[in-house]
Write a protein that binds this ligand. Structure first.
Ligand SMILES: [Zn+2]
Length: 480
């Protein structure tokens, strides 16, 4: 302090050098220090162990998902959140995975690595047998597919579920069903080797695939492709899933009411559901315990000016059903939502926030990033716009949406695979992510200044168009 006063005195009169700017967050510094200190705690990892090892994989609508809801309500209440409750929404169908098996019958008998897609139906009991018909990518569905088991070589260019690719896959499955194909097996992308499988569902909102469909290991698919060059290949496939009619599923919601502006709210959420190959540690147990820790740390910081809402969503893996249901149900008060924050990118090295294409959000967030998040290593703001997790539900409704930005080359190795288990978690990265999330919420909820505005429908259409996401909104029936 003495030193800076002395320096300022020395510099008086030298107009070229600006005086040090006043810290706009000075009043928040004691809370920031407590939050950062409290982020580096063993509680989140212990909670993550409970969620993943005791409850396990949590497919939306499953018994384990129901247990996770009960657990999350207790945790959120213990963290100090108020009005903890569930908000229910409906999926068109319930679905549970059963065993799947496949084998090449000719020219040589050999077992295959196969699993069903989520929300795909079973084969008839005893399985289906048929000649393999090979497709390269999803675009050119052959005219004659009747009776075939179609094996699709996934087009090159990564394994990510880009919306355009998913729409193409969905169209192809519909055409193959109409043409009389018996089943479809889609290969892994070239980056997923050793017959490792990634699960997922190309259909949205709990709608069923029109025919038995799943994934096949890369090496198995390549082997079939080579054999087909020499002559016909026959395959047998059996899938035994359980499919039900409509089911009700719950989001878990809690809040810390605002002191002076209770109708203005900052939401921070993560999805509670997971896929079932493993225990959903990175996707998205990590995000869940980050939200729970943020609730504990912000409750301890005392009432903030604005309300903070905490949300643990269901149905994210079936295309953000829970968060979209929340957005629809709360349409009347979305104007009061200052920002919706989401954490669902694994517990890798957190570096900042994705601001989802919005330069105005980047500008509004940048003082917080510069002054509060930089010391935490979380100052990077990225304009990348993705439609792959729950922030998108808010983004598509025009609300400023932030998705935690994580740099981790290892995420894909675990994402929706058998490898998504607790042992992959980096405890330090998990904690540093908590500090970035909680400090960002603290800053947004402590101010009375406006943040970025809510976009109208025309503004959202303009935002989504460059990535073709406006088309996805229409094809999914989310926009009329
Ligand atoms: Zn996820």
């Amino acid at each position: 302090m003495y030193r800076s006063v002395w320096l300022a005195t020395l510099l008086l009169g030298t107009a070229a050098i600006a005086a040090p700017s006043k810290d706009p967050y000075a009043a928040l510094r004691p809370s920031v220090a407590k939050i950062v200190g409290g982020s580096f705690d063993e509680a989140p990892l212990a909670q993550l162990a409970e969620l993943t090892e005791n409850i396990g994989g949590r497919v939306t609508g499953s018994k384990a998902y129901g247990q996770a809801v009960t657990w999350a309500m207790a945790q959120l209440t213990a963290a100090g959140a108020q009005h903890v409750h569930v908000e229910k929404f409906t999926l068109a169908h319930g679905w549970q995975r059963g065993p799947a098996r496949g084998k090449v019958l000719s020219p040589r008998v050999r077992a295959l690595h196969v699993e069903s897609f989520g929300w795909a139906p079973s084969t008839p009991a005893g399985g289906v047998r048929g000649p393999v018909l090979l497709m390269h990518g999803f675009d050119d569905v052959p005219a004659q597919v009747k009776g075939a088991i179609v094996v699709v070589e996934r087009p090159s260019g990564g394994g990510g579920p880009g919306p355009k690719r998913v729409l193409a896959m969905r169209k192809a499955l519909t055409a193959l069903h109409a043409g009389g194909a018996r089943a479809v097996l889609v290969s892994m992308p070239a980056s997923v080797t050793s017959n490792v499988l990634t699960t997922g569902s190309p259909f949205v909102d709990g709608q069923l695939a029109p025919l038995p469909a799943g994934v096949i290991g890369l090496e198995d698919e390549r082997s079939i492709a080579r054999a087909i060059d020499a002559g016909p290949v026959t395959v047998e496939l059996e899938i035994t899933n359980t499919v039900t009619g409509p089911i009700e599923v719950a989001n878990v919601i809690g809040e810390l009411p605002g002191k002076t502006r209770p109708n203005e709210w900052v939401l921070v959420g993560a999805h509670l559901d997971s896929w079932d190959f493993a225990t959903g540690a990175q996707d998205n147990g990590a995000g869940v315990v980050q939200v729970l820790a943020a609730a504990r740390l912000l409750a301890a910081a005392g009432p903030l000016e604005r309300t903070v809402r905490f949300a643990l969503w269901g149905g994210e893996e079936q295309w953000m059903i829970g968060s979209r249901a929340y957005v629809s149900a709360h349409e009347g008060e979305l104007g009061g939502c200052i920002a919706a924050l989401n954490t669902d990118n694994g517990a890798g090295h957190v570096v900042g926030w994705k601001v989802a294409g919005r330069k105005d959000v980047e500008a509004a967030l940048s003082p917080i990033a510069r002054r509060l998040l930089a010391p935490l290593g979380g100052a990077k703001l990225d304009l990348e716009l993705t439609a792959d997790t729950d922030h998108f539900a808010f983004l598509a409704a025009g609300v400023p949406a932030l998705d935690l930005l994580v740099e981790d080359g290892n995420y894909e190795a675990a994402h929706h695979k058998q490898a998504d288990t607790l042992d992959k978690l980096d405890s330090h990265a998990l904690s540093s992510g908590i500090s970035v999330v909680a400090v960002t919420v603290l800053a947004l909820a402590s101010t009375v200044e406006p943040f970025a505005r809510r976009l109208d429908r025309a503004g959202v259409e303009q935002l989504l168009k460059p990535d073709g996401l406006d088309e996805m909104m229409r094809q999914n029936g989310w926009w009329k």
